[in-house]
Design a protein around this ligand. Structure first.
Ligand SMILES: [Zn+2]
Length: 118
């Protein structure tokens, strides 16, 4: 039960993060973004399924199209750090975080943050 609740929360977060991305992604790129929130397979598959159900994304062949941007507030914060980018795994010294409703997602390097929030 607890696990399901966690998955649900992660799915909502991943969906928000995904809706910030550029208009068209490969399925693999979309999965990379979702895995930045959670590596659980259930989260990845449910995020894509829920996104389609809600009309936020459309899946066609091997592409994901972002159809609507969820109205929520987000911020990008930047600070010095010593970490690995959540998306590409590269060592980074400047960390970028996407802050959605008070929760920080990241860290991401400067290239990856551009990819994640277009
Ligand atoms: Zn990166």
């Amino acid at each position: 039960m607890i696990k399901e609740k966690v998955i649900q929360e992660k799915v909502e977060q991943a969906l928000q993060l995904l809706s910030l991305a550029k208009d068209e992604l490969s399925v693999r790129e979309a999965m990379d973004i979702i895995r930045g929130v959670s590596k659980l397979n259930e989260v990845v598959s449910q995020t894509l399924a829920l996104g389609e159900n809600r009309g936020i994304i459309k899946r066609e062949n091997n592409r994901i199209f972002i159809l609507s941007r969820e109205p929520f507030s987000f911020n990008i914060v930047k600070r010095e750090c010593s970490a690995n980018c959540k998306r590409c795994g590269k060592r980074i010294k400047i960390c970028h975080f996407v802050v959605i409703e008070g929760q920080e997602l990241g860290p991401y390097g400067s290239d990856c943050i551009k990819f994640i929030s277009k």
